[in-house]
Every structure is written in C-alpha cells, then in structure tokens.
Design a protein around this ligand. Structure first.
Ligand code: PEP
Ligand code: MG
Length: 600
C-alpha cells in the first residue's frame, strides 16, 4: 500500500494551524496542466491528435472515450439561512455526512487491498472533526448547509495547496467529500462513474479515490486524468488493477465522448485518429508482454545469465509481508519516516525497534536496507520537521534533521540494532540527503559502531559529483533518482507542470547515474538504485548496463522489470547505457534505449 493513502486528514491539523496563520484571501481553484497537444491535424476528414501527460502505469489500450464529469461545485454563498432553521440545518448536514461515511465504509468492507484503504481514508475525511466544525460554524453564521460545506472545503483546499506536497494531492479527495455531502443534502445520488456496457478509456479532470476504488478493469481498460501525479490515488489504484494510466494530461478536453483513442501508459500519450488495424495489433502485442510479465519468475537475470538483484521498497511490516510474496530478494529501501508521519513525539527506542522488527520478519535470511529518517519536505514527521520553512525541499530534511535534533540518528541506529538482535537478517543502513564528505564520514562511523553495514543515498548532485571520495567513506550507496532528478533539474518532483523535467531520462541525470555506477565498479562497492526509475523496465535495463548491482522498487513493479531483463543481454544493456548519456534530450534518450533494447 502506498503510504500516501495512510495520511489521514486529522494528522495534518498541526500543520494546518501553522498555515492558518496566513490564510489565503481567495479560494484557490484546481490547478490546470498547461501542456499542449503535440500534433493536431486533419487528413481525409479524420481528426488526428496526440495529447501528452505523464505515464504512470504502462500498457496500451484502444477504445472509445468515456468522460466522467464532476458536478458543478456548489456556490460558496447562496440564500441566507433564517436563524430559526439553523439547528435543523446543522442536523441535516450531520446526517448527510454520516450517510456518506457509512456508504464509504460499507464499500470498504467489501473491497480489498489499496481499494479498501482508499475508501477507509476517504470515509475518514468525511468524519473529520476539523472540517465538520468549520461547516457547522458557517451554518451558524447563516449559510445553508450545501454552501457551508463548499465554503469550508475551499478553505481547507487552500490550506492544503499552500502546504503543498502530499497534502496538495489530497485536494481531490476533499472536493469529492463535498460533492457527496451536497448530493445527499439535495436528495441526489452521489456522483460516480458512467456505466458502459463495452470497454472504454475513462477520462476525467481528476478521479475521486472512491471512483477508482470501484473500477471494473474489464470495462474501464485505461484511465487518463488532467490533474494528479504519480502518487495520486488514481495512479495507486490503476497500478493495483494493472490498468494503463496517464496523469497530468494537457488539453484533454480536445478528446470527445466516443472518440477512439490509443492510450499508451508507458509513453504517457493518448492518440486520436490512429489506424485501427495498427492500434489493435499494438494492443495485442502489449497484451502478450503483460502475459509474459505474469508468467515471469525470479531470480532476475539477463538473457545471457547476468544476475541482477531485485529488491522491494517498503514502508511498514504490512508492505514488507506483501513484498515477501513477490520475487523480491530483499528490501532495498525501507522508508522509516513513513512509520512516523502522524507521530507527535519521537518514539522510544523500543517502540521503534518493534516497528523495524516487523519489516525484518518478512525477509528473514535476506538483505534489508533501512533508510534512516527522511523527514521534511513532502514528508513532515512532526517531531523532526521544522515548521514554516520557506523552501522545505531545500531545507532541513533527511540527515540535516540532525541539526535540529542531534539525538535522532543515534536513537534510530540503536533501535535498528535492537531489532536485528536474534534475527536472521542482513541489515544495511543508509542515510538520506547526504551532500558532504564529513556528513558521510560521520554517519558511516555511527552506523558501523553498531555493527551495521554503512551506506548513503545519492540524491544530491554534490554527492554524485564527488562519488569516488564518498565511496571511500562507506560500504555501499543507493541512488535516489526521485530527488537526484529534482535537484539536478531544479524542478519540484510533485509538479505536474514540470513532469517533463522530472524524468530520469534527462541526459544530465543519466550522466550522473552512470558516473556513480562506474565509480562503484571501479571501487568494487555495491551501487543500487531505489528511486522510481528502477521500476521502469526499459530504464532498469539501462541501469544494469551502467553497472548498478541492485534495483529496488515498489513490489508490484518487480515482475515487469524481471521479465524485461530476461529479454535482453548484458551487452545490449551496456550499449543502451553508453548511448543514452549522449542523447540530446529525454525523449531521444528514451527512443535510443528502446531501439537498442527492443523492448517497450
Ligand atoms: C528518491 O529520492 O529517489 C528516494 C528513493 O527517496 P524518496 O522518494 O523517499 O525521497
Ligand atoms: Mg529521496
């Protein structure tokens, strides 16, 4: 389960209070992607068009478009509510919200996995005390319940957008609750999906988590949204269902109900006016690829037998147990900060050790790479994050948290050490956001003093640039491509508008990654990749060609990466790695790798 859906509304109350000090004057409306269609022409009367976004679940689908349009948002004002009706109006609002909560909880009880979690989390939003209080306050001031709910929601939306990061991604969830409560208050059915009788490609400005949680993948064969990012609920659920998905699509309104589109979730495109026979052949070939993935079993090797260690990214014991059921050979990134997102004070060493033990349990006899707290930026850990930083992704995050709480690292290392006692596990420990050699030396000393293998993440360009010296300080490194890309390209990793910058296919990022891998080979030290790049099968082959020794990814991506590696030789991977570093741009790098590796 992606940690994102665990972020309950109420956990942010403290942060919201901080933002409340400077409330925005006007409600902030939905952000729109400004990408433009890359082609729009007419030939023999056939409309031809390609619209582009960010591909988040690979795969092809060819089907007519079905739009899901959200209801018009209720007005923030409306007719004045007579004083005599206020008490009844409050009761009506409470009854409507309770009905929304019950409906969602009932659906959660009938669902499984991520879908159940998403439904439970959304029910939590409709139950949230802070939001309800705010609606009641507006009703008491004489605003009708529908308008009061809209007003309170937009206030929270503004706060969430201002806070940015993961909180900003919850805006769709909030507005969905507003629309559901409004529908109940007005005696209408709650908003939902269309009911097609044959397969469609579903398009929306953004899908509510509750909609995506109920999707039938046989009818909704692909999804595309104008908003959202790779960590939005739409992406999480699409990944779980294996439905090709593109988010942050620009100018999607140019596609009309019933238009036949070819959606490519790997490339991030929707094509209109493609040759029907060709599209069908491509979809069939893609289906074959997906079947190969389903049939793949590890351990991972290239076609000519070069071993590649495939590991899982996890955030808690439950995720670790799920990952252990896949072909993962261990854990390559245990994001410990995600255990503590809602924890107000630093947990005791014993209680931390209990959390870590849960993760180790599932991978007895295997390597587990624990990352020390990466708090700050989009992962606010209350006891280890500075409030009100003007630029948190460039602020006190990751290892820099030591500057505000110097005991954190030592306590965490003690907890990791305790958790490994009497446990047959190979614990490796790495620190995030290392940017200087003295930092690396200091953390390596602290880790080794506890008898643990010492590593650092390569996420900051300064570390990649001086990688030879860094490798002299530590036992291993792991490249965090999400942050490395963000910092190399100076582009916020969560910005839909800059998604073309924040791709690891950018030649500058590829060059730095190759540099780190080559240094690892020279020094005989393991170099892994644990950012999202490792989960892209094509990129995974390139990374192996560069000399990476392990790739760590969401457990759900392991089979696709393993199946891709099984189709290529090490020599092909090396040729692709050599070629991509001199590409002109990300697109050319991607195309070149595809041509050399001959996989999609
Ligand atoms: C990364 O930056 O690539 C990484 C793995 O760390 P996170 O995504 O948790 O910041
Ligand atoms: Mg990172």
């Amino acid at each position: 389960m992606n940690s994102v859906v665990n972020l309950h509304f109420t956990r942010f109350t403290r942060k919201i209070k901080n933002v409340m000090k400077n409330p925005p004057k006007e409600p902030i409306l939905s952000e729109q992607n400004t990408a433009v269609p890359s082609a729009n022409s007419s030939e023999n009367g056939t409309k031809k068009l390609i619209v582009e976004g960010t591909g988040v679940v690979s795969g092809l689908a060819y089907a007519p478009v079905a739009w899901v349009r959200r209801p018009e948002p209720p007005s923030l004002t409306g007719l004045e509510l007579p004083a005599a009706e206020i008490e009844d109006a409050i009761e009506e609002f409470k009854a409507a919200s309770d009905a929304v909560v019950s409906g969602l909880e009932e659906r959660a009880a009938k669902s499984e996995g991520d879908a159940a979690e998403v439904l439970k989390m959304t029910a939590g939003l409709a139950r949230d005390k802070a939001w309800r209080k705010s609606v009641v306050r507006h009703i008491k001031s004489g605003i009708r319940p529908v308008n009061a709910a809209a007003k309170a929601t937009e206030e929270f939306v503004a706060l969430f957008l201002k806070a940015g990061g993961l909180m900003a991604e919850r805006v769709t969830d909030l507005r969905d609750i507003r629309d559901r409560v409004a529908a109940r208050l007005e005696g209408r059915p709650e908003p939902g999906l269309p009911s097609p009788t044959s397969p469609v490609v579903l398009l929306a400005d953004d899908l509510a988590p509750v909609d995506t949680a109920g999707l039938n993948p046989e009818l909704f064969v692909a999804l595309a949204t104008e908003l959202g990012g790779p960590t939005s609920h739409t992406a999480i659920i699409a990944r779980q269902l294996g439905i090709p998905c593109v988010v942050a699509v620009g100018k999607m309104n140019m596609l009309e109900e019933g238009d036949m589109v070819l959606l490519d979730g790997g490339e991030g495109t929707l094509r209109l006016g493609v040759d029907e026979e060709l599209a069908k052949a491509q979809v069939a070939a893609d289906l074959e690829r997906r079947e190969k993935i389903a049939a793949w079993s590890g351990p991972a090797k290239t076609k000519d037998g070069h071993d590649v260690q495939l590991l899982a990214n996890v955030q808690d014991a439950a995720a670790s147990a799920r990952a252990a059921k896949t072909e993962a050979q261990g854990v390559g990134l245990f994001r410990t900060e995600l255990c503590f997102l809602g924890t107000p004070t630093e947990p005791s060493i014993e209680s931390q050790a209990n959390q870590y033990r849960g993760v180790f349990e599932a991978f007895k006899g295997h390597k587990v790479v624990v990352r020390t707290l990466d708090s700050g930026s989009d992962k606010p850990v209350p006891f280890a994050t500075l409030a009100d930083e003007p630029n948190p992704s460039l602020g006190v995050r990751g290892i820099r948290t030591q500057r505000i709480n110097s005991g954190l690292l030592g306590n965490q290392l003690e907890a990791i050490k305790q958790a490994t006692e009497h446990m047959d596990v190979e614990p490796w420990v790495m620190c995030p956001m290392i940017s200087t050699l003295p930092e690396a030396r200091e953390v390596a000393k602290a880790i080794r003093e506890r008898g643990l293998k010492a590593g650092i993440m390569v996420e900051v360009p300064s570390t990649a640039l001086l990688i030879d010296q860094f490798l002299d300080e530590v036992d291993f490194v792991s490249i965090g491509t999400n942050d490395l890309t963000q910092y190399v390209m100076a582009a916020d990793r969560l910005s839909a508008k800059l998604a073309d910058f924040t791709t690891p296919w950018q030649p500058a990022v590829l060059n730095l990654m190759a540099r780190v891998a080559e240094a690892g080979v020279r020094k005989g030290k393991p170099v892994g990749v644990c950012g999202e790049a490792a989960a892209d099968p094509l990129m995974a082959c390139v990374l192996v060609g560069m000399g990476m020794t392990s790739l760590s990814m969401a457990a759900g991506a392991i089979s696709a990466v393993g199946a891709a590696l099984a189709e290529v030789t090490l020599e092909q991977c090396q040729a692709a790695a050599r070629a991509v570093v001199s590409a002109f741009d990300d697109e050319q790098a991607h195309k070149t790798a595809k041509a050399i590796l001959e996989i999609s």
